[in-house]
Design a protein around this ligand. Structure first.
Ligand SMILES: Cc1cc2nc3c(=O)[nH]c(=O)nc-3n(C[C@H](O)[C@H](O)[C@H](O)COP(=O)(O)O)c2cc1C
Length: 326
């Protein structure tokens, strides 16, 4: 996978929505991993300068990610015009987008959550699959945990590489993923706790402090993206909803309430799918704090390049220790 993607260590900074930016992606790529820009909701006019800025910050490969819950032809066209070489898709069949990316010479990764879906993606021509387990942070496509999912997908699609996603936050996890037959890891939550991630400090600190038991899999933060299960940290919005007996949309406490504001004054409602951004004001703690169960492994906010180096070094020493004769 490293030669397929042109990287040195098999660590991919997962697309983590609006938390990705050129600084984060370039820091990861400069450290030898693969940085990714998540562009699903960006205005096509915003995409071009983001790609150019990333390229100014690194001469190494980086990728872009597009969620297929929405038509992405215009955004993909801009990425390909800007000569992006690695494209990842999520949440829907990748077929026609894969053809378009391949026609422009790009490598395609696609996130799946079952063996059947992995086979379909490979038949559609994708170059690597990302097997996302249920313990992942953010929006979750399937219901199988990473440990049983990854080796089953590896067996089904090999020699097409499988990248393991969901629950990886350190070098032990990378070594374990390699032991399962994966070609590398796709880490989201760990990179939220990076200095470069474009999220509010409160969110980073909640990620740093949370335990592995502090996340919830639900459909709760559904404004902007309905019927899409996701994993978030438990916060005041979750607690109020649970205290009210987990009512359905329409009957949830505080619906329609503006809990925070963007820098331009625009309101962010309770139950919105928007994450706390650095310049937001108000009760940002009540917004969707997407995070995976790997939060329990994170105790520091670090430069993203240090995260890549630390994970790679720890994986190397774990693998050496395991290989040593007893
Ligand atoms: C804040 C956040 C935003 C995310 N946004 C996206 C996205 O835009 N596109 C995507 O394919 N996956 C997205 N994901 C899922 C990640 O790419 C990845 O599958 C997940 O973080 C892996 O599990 P981990 O959090 O345990 O590392 C997001 C995850 C988080 C935590």
């Amino acid at each position: 996978m490293c030669s397929l993607l042109g990287i040195e260590v098999p660590i991919i900074q997962a697309p983590i929505g609006s938390a990705t930016n050129p600084a984060l992606a370039a820091a990861v790529s400069n450290a030898g991993g693969l940085g990714m820009l998540a562009l699903s909701w960006r205005d096509p006019d915003e995409i071009r300068p983001m790609i150019r800025e990333t390229r100014e910050r690194t001469d190494r490969p980086f990728g872009v990610n597009l969620g297929l819950a929405w038509p992405q032809d215009a955004r993909l066209a801009v990425c390909l015009e800007e000569d992006v070489r690695i494209v990842s898709f999520f949440w829907g069949p990748p077929d026609r987008y894969t053809d378009a990316a391949h026609a422009a010479g790009a490598t395609v990764l696609h996130t799946i959550a079952s063996v059947a879906e992995a086979k379909r993606a490979v038949d559609a021509g994708v170059d690597a699959v990302v097997a996302q387990g249920w313990e992942a942070g953010g929006h979750i496509w399937g219901t199988v945990a990473t440990l049983p999912l990854v080796p089953a997908v590896v067996d089904a699609v090999s020699p097409t590489p499988t990248v393991a996603a969901g629950g990886f936050a350190d070098g032990r996890g990378l070594a374990a993923a390699l032991a399962l037959g994966a070609a590398g890891v796709w880490m989201g939550t760990r990179f939220l706790a990076s200095r470069e991630a474009a999220v509010h400090d409160l969110y980073k600190h909640r990620v740093r402090q949370a335990a592995e038991t502090d996340t919830l899999y639900s459909h709760l933060f559904d404004l902007g993206w309905p019927d899409a299960p996701h994993r978030t940290l438990r916060n005041s919005t979750v607690e109020r909803w649970e205290a009210a007996g987990r009512p359905e949309p329409g009957g949830r406490p505080g619906e329609g309430e503006a809990v925070a504001h963007f820098a331009d004054g625009g309101a962010v409602e309770r139950y919105s799918d928007v994450i706390p951004l650095p310049e937001m004001t108000g009760a940002v703690e009540a917004l969707a704090l997407y995070a995976g169960q790997s939060v329990g492994l994170i105790s520091e906010i670090q430069p993203a390049g240090d995260i890549v180096a630390e994970v790679a070094n720890e994986a190397r020493s774990v693998l050496e220790r395991l290989a040593r004769p007893r």
